[in-house]
Design a protein around this ligand. Structure first.
Ligand code: ADP
Ligand code: TPW
Ligand code: MG
Length: 577
């Protein structure tokens, strides 16, 4: 055979065969997956390379937990599962925290991990990175699958996608043993084995009787309030939700990641009168928000003495009555539920009771006026209010930027002070209050939306994912990270109770310069010691789009223990010696 002839024969052979690597890629692409968040290594190094070669965008991280958080928030932003790819045992475990967090937060995500040889793992014979990953993942996610045969890859990927996004979204684990990737099968058989998932998150239409019941309760209210949760933000039914809230005339409270679904400056926004509204309301309508600890379980002091009636919209039937009686459960997807409610309201829906609306507005205006002078102080070192006064204006001027927030005081005060103007812009620590989402969220936020990102993170919070500033520089992402540096966790002035020379358990190196971490990788670092310096630095960063880290020097004594949730801290009742 001539050289040309043998090349042609080789190519023909290649055309006829495919393998596990290619089938995984084809299955993901067929289902519209475009981005993979990964950390390479055995047995998925080549998979990552080949994914990139095939046109998928592959973002390689420094630690799987951050890649996992990135994938999970990609899922929240896009309603498609975010995909994280890791190596076996330790890489898998690093990704697992993010998978569990995604499930807790109802974010659709798929963790794909390579795994070692089943025969050796199951006999516990000590394989390279031996671990029964499927068994470990199961209790921590919505569904877990393993694929052993190349011909089953299409089904495995399809099941993972559907499980992640249908019903209540969540995390799915997909176990791909090393041997699978090299399995060769006939290309045509392989192509036919792929499954394009039709209607992965089917609409759940609410029952007409349930819609009527909900509207009857809402109509009976003298003091209604609507609570919007991140499920409502996720649903991407923004116009209908806004129309419904406006037609109801009720004050609304956004949960943290629902801020901006309607602008925080909307006339019905009642965030600044939150305690009054929760305590005094008589009918509470929850839209994609659970009555968990973040809402004091729907009972106790926060909710006041007046009897309450709860209406709840959720796609998960089991959520109803989880903490208190729900008098009007509305089970369905938020888009379908809200449009059914709007239709049922007709054209003569009564305005919300004027005395209630007025009393909420008076309280709100009082609280906003009280806060205003604190936000204008120009102290150096800064306190939280001085720094946040500046950032609040910047976010107002740049409403399209994504906003990432984590920390304790840095979280609670920022959430209260920085208004959001558009849906799904605010991304934060979510249901668990987990530290470490910061840089992963920043990276996915810009990768998925093409928009710039502003992050406000505590110095402790930042430390959990800080190494990913290298990733931000490597991919040259328009991310501006503001580290609120108060020398520690909650405060920087803790003392060693034993009197020894070790620092207190809650403090860090004094005067640390986090800005230099960004400089180490070619990004821009700025040390800002006053609100004026902070304003200039953030605006410069947002204008330039260059990776920037601003070390914002905050008074070590400005914070409170655990931010706003110090009450959850158990304390020794024994007399101090
Ligand atoms: P928050 O922390 O903002 O209060 P939660 O995470 O507690 O919000 O609640 C979100 C709720 O939204 C979950 O109970 C989830 O089942 C629900 N949910 C998510 N997506 C949808 C959707 N498309 N339609 C209806 N409910 C949804
Ligand atoms: C994964 C516990 C809650 S808040 C916080 C920790 C360690 C850091 C607070 O300090 P920071 O903010 O970020 O400097 P500030 O402004 O108050 O000083 N591990 C995980 N998650 C949580 N929630 C913790 C520990 C915690
Ligand atoms: Mg701190």
């Amino acid at each position: 055979m001539s050289e040309t002839a043998s090349q042609t024969a080789g190519a023909a052979e290649e055309r006829d065969l495919t393998d596990g690597f290619n089938l995984v890629i084809d299955a993901l692409k067929l289902n519209g997956i475009q981005t993979i968040y990964n950390v390479p290594g055995i047995p998925i190094t080549d998979l990552g390379r080949m994914m990139q070669g095939s046109g998928l965008r592959v973002i390689s991280f420094r630690h799987e937990q951050n890649a996992g958080y990135a994938a999970s928030i990609a899922g929240f932003l896009t309603k498609k599962p975010g995909v994280c790819l890791t190596v076996s045992a330790p890489g898998f475990l690093n990704g697992l925290t993010a998978l569990a967090n995604a499930t807790t937060n109802c974010f659709p995500m798929i963790l794909i991990s390579g795994s070692s040889e089943r025969e050796i793992v199951d006999l516990q014979q000590g394989d390279y990175e031996e671990m029964d990953q499927l068994a470990i993942a199961k209790p921590l996610c919505k569904a877990a699958f393993r694929v052993l045969h190349a011909a089953d890859i299409g089904i495995g990927v399809a099941r993972a996608i559907r499980a992640a996004v249908s019903g209540r979204p969540g995390g799915v684990y997909l176990d791909l043993p090393a041997k699978l990737f090299g399995q060769v099968i006939d290309a045509e058989v392989g192509q036919k084995s792929l499954v394009k998932v039709i209607d992965p998150a089917p609409a759940h239409i609410p029952a007409p009787a349930a819609v009527k019941r909900a509207l009857d309760v809402l109509k009976s209210a003298k003091k209604p309030v609507i609570i919007l949760g991140k499920g409502a933000a996720y649903a991407q039914a923004d116009d209908d939700i806004r129309a419904f809230v406006e037609k109801s005339g009720a004050p609304f409270l956004p949960m943290s990641m629902a801020k901006g679904l309607l602008p925080d400056v909307h006339p019905q926004a009642a965030g600044a009168a939150r305690s009054t509204v929760l305590a005094e309301s008589d009918v509470v309508m929850l839209i994609g928000a659970r009555l968990n600890w973040l809402l004091s379980h729907g009972k106790g002091k926060t909710w006041g003495k007046a009897p309450k009636k709860f209406i709840q919209i959720d796609i998960e039937p089991k959520e109803m009555d989880s903490n208190v009686e729900i008098v009007a459960p509305l089970v369905g997807d938020i888009g379908s539920c809200v449009s059914a409610l709007l239709a049922g309201m007709g054209s003569d829906w009564p305005a919300a009771p004027a005395d209630w609306v007025k009393s909420v507005n008076t309280k709100k205006d009082d609280n906003i006026a009280k806060m205003a002078p604190r936000l204008m102080n120009n102290k150096s070192p800064m306190d939280y209010h001085g720094a946040l006064g500046v950032l609040r204006t910047i976010v107002k001027e740049r409403p399209d930027a994504l906003f990432v927030n984590e920390g304790a005081n840095t979280l609670d005060l920022t959430r209260g002070i920085v208004d959001m103007y558009k849906p799904r812009k605010r991304l934060d620590v979510g249901t668990w209050g987990v530290m470490g989402i910061g840089m992963g969220f920043c990276i996915a936020a810009t990768v998925e939306t093409g928009k710039p990102v502003l992050a406000v993170v505590g110095d402790s919070a930042f430390g959990f994912s800080g190494m990913e500033v290298e990733t931000i520089c490597r991919y040259n992402l328009p991310v501006c990270v503001v580290v609120f540096n108060n020398d520690g966790i909650y405060r920087g002035d803790g003392v060693n109770l034993g009197g020894g020379s070790d620092p207190s358990t809650t403090v860090f190196v004094k005067g640390a310069r986090y800005d230099r971490m960004m400089e180490a990788f070619g990004g821009v670092g700025v040390n800002a010691t006053s609100p004026d310096e902070l304003r200039v630095a953030v605006n410069t960063a947002m204008d330039s789009g260059k990776p920037t880290l601003i070390n914002a020097v905050i008074d070590p004594a400005a914070g409170a223990e655990s931010g706003r949730i110090g009450n959850l801290n158990p304390q020794s009742q024994l007399k101090k010696k």
